[in-house]
Design a protein around this ligand. Structure first.
Ligand SMILES: [Zn+2]
Length: 112
């Protein structure tokens, strides 16, 4: 029973038996950990976001012939509006027929 009370005291912070490094890891050291975590998130975000300068959207769409990935709004062959299922089926049929994309994909301004 004595060992249990001691364990409880240590783990609830009643007795500080963790040594000099406990203060480090719970203070400044944990800030370092958080900085590393935030750094990792920022790095990951910068890796996936749109390559257009200042654009915060996720770059889902590779631009053919370039190393860039951009968002829907900045892709040269996409409208910034979501396609309907008919649009997608028409694009699929057009792609099966040949390389030309249907007008609504390449037309300036897209479907209004
Ligand atoms: Zn973008």
């Amino acid at each position: 029973m004595g060992w249990f009370l001691h364990w409880l005291a240590v783990h609830t912070g009643t007795v500080n038996e963790s040594g000099p490094f406990y203060g480090f890891w719970s203070g400044f050291g944990s800030d370092l950990g958080e900085l590393a975590l935030i750094g990792a998130i920022v790095t990951g975000y910068r890796h996936v976001n749109c390559h257009v300068k200042g654009c915060p959207r996720i770059g889902h769409h590779p631009v053919e012939g370039t190393p860039y990935r951009v968002c829907r709004r900045h892709h040269p062959a996409m409208s910034d509006k979501f396609p309907t299922v008919e649009d997608i089926h028409a694009a699929h049929r057009a792609a099966k027929k040949g390389p030309a994309m249907p007008d609504y994909v390449t037309a300036p301004g897209g479907p209004e």
